[in-house]
Write a protein that binds this ligand. Structure first.
Ligand code: 13P
Length: 254
């Protein structure tokens, strides 16, 4: 049951190409912080994928934040999985709460995206998480189990085994209000139990990340929990310094 930790930045709608280049250069200067016992990735805007592919240290993989589920066609403004694959994109987010809330993505759309990502031999990062009202109403576990089941609905067991899952409580995103490590562990352990029902022991190989106000000061504590396999990080992934610090913290624990 050796799951390698994964530190993944999600830049959201931030950074021009020039800024992405600067990040990559700075991170390259701190590559001694990126030990081989963890995996690293940056989910960047489409426009920065090329420069990052060229400039990032070799052990920092490329991720994208969105994809359309069709292979090609009349979908103005969209990007397909094969287009992302061309950039050597390794990970693609699906079902981020901002996509669900601001762009109306349903579980059904998300499930199709997950399938499309796998069809190009990339790794989907299926994001799930409750809003504050749902937590206060005691519905957190139901909500995330439901999102997980629906997001993986189109997959075979083998395909499920190739996914990464990210638990991001919506109330902790960009708020500075991190879930406690106990809160995060409780939900993530439940997600793993739900995965075990689907794929048996393979669930012990699936990485489940926590996201929501992760930063250098809390990443080690979160990742020390038995079921938490890394972080999906917004704000604190935008500076190379703090990305490297988080990497160093994770590396201390492996
Ligand atoms: P913050 O780390 O800025 O809270 O964002 C979390 C997130 O949404 C990552 O996908």
């Amino acid at each position: 049951m050796a799951r390698k930790p994964l530190l993944m930045g999600n830049w959201k709608m931030n950074k021009t190409v020039a800024e992405a280049r600067e990040f990559a250069e700075q991170l390259g200067q701190q590559s001694q912080s990126l030990c081989n016992d963890a995996d690293y990735a940056v989910c960047a805007p489409f426009t920065s994928l090329h420069i990052l592919r060229v400039m990032l240290p070799a052990n920092v993989k490329l991720g994208a934040q969105n994809v359309h589920f069709e292979e090609h066609g009349a979908y103005t403004g969209e990007i397909s999985a094969s287009m992302l694959k061309e950039f050597e994109t390794v990970y693609v987010l699906a079902g981020h709460s901002e996509r669900r809330q601001l762009f109306g993505e349903t579980d059904e759309i998300i499930a199709k995206k997950v399938k499309a990502i796998l069809s190009q031999q990339m790794t989907p990062v299926l994001c799930v998480g409750e809003v504050l009202d749902q937590r206060d109403a005691g519905k957190t576990l139901d909500v995330v189990r439901n999102q997980l089941n629906k997001g993986l609905a189109e997959l075979t067991e083998a395909e499920i085994g190739r996914c990464v899952v990210a638990y991001e409580p919506v109330w902790a995103i960009g708020t500075g209000r991190t879930a406690t490590s106990e809160q995060a562990e409780e939900v993530i352990a439940e997600l793993r139990a739900a995965l075990r029902q689907k794929v048996g022991a393979t669930a012990d190989d699936i990485r489940i990340l926590y996201g929501g106000s992760v930063k250098p000061a809390n990443v080690a504590e979160l990742c020390s929990q038995p079921n938490i396999d890394g972080g999906l990080v917004g704000g604190a992934s935008l500076q190379a310094d703090s990305f490297a610090q988080m990497a160093a913290e994770i590396c201390k624990g492996v």
